[in-house]
Design a protein around this ligand. Sequence first.
Ligand code: UDP
Ligand code: LCN
Length: 809
Amino acid sequence: MDSRVRNGIPVGALPQYLHEQREDVYLLLRHYLSLERSFLLHSDLWDELAQFAASTSPGMEKSPLARIIAVAQEAVLEAPWICLSIRPAIATWEYLRFHVEEVEFEVISVSEFLKFKERQVTRRDPEEDWCLEVDLAPFSREFPKLQETRSIGRGVEFLNRRLSSQLFQDLDGGDQSLLRFLRLHQYRGQQLMLNGGIQTVDELRAALRSAEQRLAREDQSAGWAQVEHYLWDLGFEPGWGRDVARIRDTLHLLSDILEAPEPATLERFLGRIPMIFNLAVISPHGFFGQSNVLGKPDTGGQVVYILDQVRALESEMRQRIWEQGLDIEPKIRILTRLIPEAEGTTCDQHREHVLSTKYTHILRVPFRTEQGEVVPHWVSRFEVWPYLERFTVEAEKELLAELGGRPDLIIGNYSDGNLVATLLAQRLHVTQCNIAHALEKPKHLYSDLFWRENEGEYHFSAQFTADLIGMNAADFIITSTYQEIAGDGESMGQYESYESFTMPGLYRVLNGIDIYDPKFNIVSPGADSEVYFPYTNRDHRLTGLHEEIRELVYGGERADARGSFVDPEKPVLFTLARLDRIKNITGLVEWFGSSPRLRGAANLLVIAGHVDTARSVNWEERAQIEQMHQLMDTHDLDGEVRWLGTHLDKNLAGELYRYIADNGGAFVQPALFEAFGLTVIEAMTSGLPTFATAYGGPLEIIQHGHSGFHINPNHGQQSADIMADFLEQCVAEPGYWTQVSEAAMARVKARYTWELYAERMMTLSRIYGFWKYVTNLERDETRRYLEMFYGLQFRPLARHVGEARAEEE
Ligand code: UDP
Ligand code: LCN
């Protein structure tokens, strides 16, 4: 094998090819330069090569050079150089530099590649300016890492396998950490699991044996109280089980582990340890409430996710606590911002009970200015940075008072929540879990490189800095899909995009996050099954809403709508989203308008934003509204598209999905990029055949051609054809619609439910808590580095956002 084959890419074959085909290669590279663009993306590079091969150099598309271009993510061009970043496989990167005139290449480092990029923006030689290089790799050199790309996102399985055998070898060598861990658990002064009577692992083995002998003779349904006296003498405290059968089972799990450590047994045992009673869920920005908040700026799926999440977690926590024989009431607090100008929502209330829970509340703490005054109005998620530190300090006090002590786990959400979670977890020494929902960086092309240009609107410099701090500080990270971490063969993952990047003039990131880190775990959300359920579930249907829904869909003029269906017989293509640019609702309307086939086969129902620009407080939404009106005019769509600029409450939305399914319709999610896509899950679980973007979560949720269809938002005509093909096939083949609909429902049931989520999440949090305690997962060195990064980099950036805002006002 060629020794210069790097990660499966035949770099070794290149020199000979360049030598033999020197002229053609030169002409192609020169052609790239002649485009006079400093940056080319993969599609540009490949399209140009294909054209060049067709016109000038037949067969070039199969050459070693083409194999490299096929995996190139981007090129940076400045005569006589062309630098390429190539991604031969998921989470594998190489950087090459070609000298066009010499027709030669060399492998370069990521730092050199980033510097070359910076030159194109600053027009200065980066070697002349000192620049901070952020590199977190050295901190985790000794740390166990996943090796295989397919294992990414299954961190806990890896940890259990890797560390359990090591730990239990150490136990025989006299390591006391497991014992100390089992003695650690208390609730309000009540000792749990083990007391001080057991001092060594051998004593623990002996106690387990004696307990088993005694318990085997007891009535298996007897409760803890009936056996407590002698178990206590042996060294056991409450927490092993509600009845004798369960207590024995938990004791068996532990003795099996001490006998021969099996990762699966360890996971089952740790899953039962009573260690999570109080939970803090952090989501500072936006309007966080239970009604009337959807559609408010920045308040989308994250709120839906968290409200469903806490319900599921509370129920799982109660179940586990009960099974372990404890009578403890778990507490969950969602920590968010109090907004005095609440626009008719409850966001100005300090405390709000979460419906359908027993012990869960929303706790709201205001943002304050440096002078300590409460910020009365809504603040966009891009501008919250100056308020977060103060918010954390105030929130911490409130949280401790509410919970009567520290939380056992802190879950951050989105960039701002993850930063607050980091600060809180550090202050309180608590396990931290991060959930990104959507990372902003990969959503916007070159958001890092041209950060300065975007600073006025988005303040990405502060946000990406917060992201780096949050993701590196977290003990574990939950993602909704694999692609969120590592992307797929063609495009990089959201977390992967933080591995290396540069913000010229600010800092250069060589190793920002390692996606092979076992902290990553995929735990996908679901949809509230009380609200979103199959259209075939007739007994639960909200038929009382049908008249209202009929009026919404098929009715005539109303103040919040534009267009109505001239031919109500056609099936309905339905879409529902916030009217953000990235949701690409305007794209869908454009495809529909330009496709006579699709227009012939269906009507289009759009529920998004407002039809009246004056009702929108968001500049991006206003631009989209104007574009929607233009498209309706240009394509003359008023008889075939109904656009409702209204926000539906979730029961109505749930019944609407099913109503559309009753009539053989389908759902479309045309986003340019969708991190996960709750609407896709809601539609599929309702039984709607669904067409959703191939960029992001839906690529993984839907199996193309089976449980739905992927569409490419950049190829409107092709997407329209996929939808038209489906609708026409449904007419030609009566069972086809039902086949896709059933596969969609089955897919969600098997993979995307809140029950599965809560079960996994509660197990994970115990396992990470355990490993953090018994090994050195604490990562003190990283923490110290991040503290410095926070102090020296993030704080000034955040202050700057505040100053810019004050100037505007
Ligand atoms: N949603 C809604 N009414 C609307 C628009 C959206 O109830 O008018 C809900 C939708 O049902 C889904 C959530 O808001 O539960 C949007 O989540 P998704 O993940 O699809 O997108 P996000 O808004 O988070 O980007
Ligand atoms: C944010 C998004 O952009 C969506 O794709 C997700 O579904 C939502 O959050 C919930 O995680």
